[in-house]
Design a protein around this ligand. Structure first.
Ligand code: PMP
Length: 293
């Protein structure tokens, strides 16, 4: 992904894409002192840009470092990089990390860097997979307890579990993995939150050891606006077996129906369709923002 034209916002400057490099002794690379965001721009408007900037700074704080740019400066950097690329519909990747001044676990004085890249990324899953619903494998790896890792942080280190799980799922012909948490409750997919619908009621796990996705919160609001009951609760896999519909939510994945989990099959139905439509209307400015947000 490094070999392409364009520019990346890097520590306050617009740098040619191929020159946006870091040193191999970067602390973020060795010790995962790195946090990031994933967000989308729709029709020239970055959806919930403020919320993503706040979360980026908060993620860093949880790892003990302070990004040397304010929320407003991060938001401005995102606008600048999209403008430079002429991008009105696409994906943004802000990333912050500890630099390479000192080597070792401790690196209190290392410079904190911030970069923002953007590119066209129409769909996280292929269009075909999205229409039919995707297939999930149940991951061997679990989301850790909140006293084992800073699970509220969108920290690069926590994605080790996601990458190995997703790779194993792909090797078995599935598109993604569904991870349980340290207690055995259903948690999330490797880059998206989990929802199921049973008898017209929407259920989603309590995000007490994984990301409370911005899309997840948006979908809960949109579902309630439609008069649907949404229950945030702990549940195990055997409850998922009897679900009428299952879908994932995320900034990249948007609303993606699920067709298969292990040996169980699901058919995307009315709630999936409604949430795909409402989310699309909201992010594209065809629906007013939810008042409570
Ligand atoms: N969980 C994980 C592991 C993710 O990577 C993401 C994507 N950021 C989400 C959930 C959904 O978060 P959001 O809706 O804020 O994109």
């Amino acid at each position: 992904f490094h070999d392409r034209d364009g520019h990346i916002w890097f520590d306050g400057a617009m740098v040619p894409w191929r020159e946006a490099q870091v040193h191999v002794l970067t602390h973020g690379l060795h010790y995962a002192s790195c946090v990031f965001e994933g967000e989308r721009i729709y029709n020239g408007v970055i959806f919930k840009s403020h919320e993503h900037a706040v979360r980026l700074r908060r993620s860093a704080e949880l790892l003990g470092f302070d990004i040397p740019y304010s929320v407003a400066e991060i938001e401005a950097a995102k606008v600048e990089v999209c403008r430079a690329a002429g991008l009105t519909n696409g994906y943004l990747r802000p990333v912050a990390w500890r630099g390479s001044e000192m080597m070792g676990v401790a690196a209190q004085k290392n410079r904190i860097h911030l970069a923002v890249a953007c590119w066209e990324w129409p769909s996280y899953f292929s269009a075909e997979a999205r229409m039919q619903g995707i297939d999930l494998e149940i991951a061997r790896w679990r989301r850790p307890a909140p006293d084992t890792a800073p699970t509220e942080s969108k920290a690069a280190g926590l994605y080790m579990i996601c990458t190995i799980s997703k790779h194993e799922a792909e090797q078995n012909g599935r598109q993604d993995a569904l991870m349980l948490d340290y207690r055995g409750f259903v948690a999330e997919a490797t880059g998206a939150n989990f929802f199921m619908v049973k008898d017209g009621v929407v259920h989603t796990p309590i995000p007490d050891c994984f990301l409370n996705g911005i899309t997840r919160q948006t979908i809960i609001d949109l579902a309630r606006r439609r008069g649907l009951t949404v229950l945030e609760r702990h549940f195990t896999l055997d409850e998922v077996q009897g679900a009428d519909e299952v879908f994932l939510t995320g900034s990249a994945a948007e609303v993606t129906p699920v067709r298969r989990i292990g040996d169980w099959t699901f058919i995307p139905g009315a709630v999936c369709r409604a949430m795909i439509g409402d989310y699309s209307d909201l992010v594209n400015g065809r629906m007013a923002a939810v008042a409570a947000e």
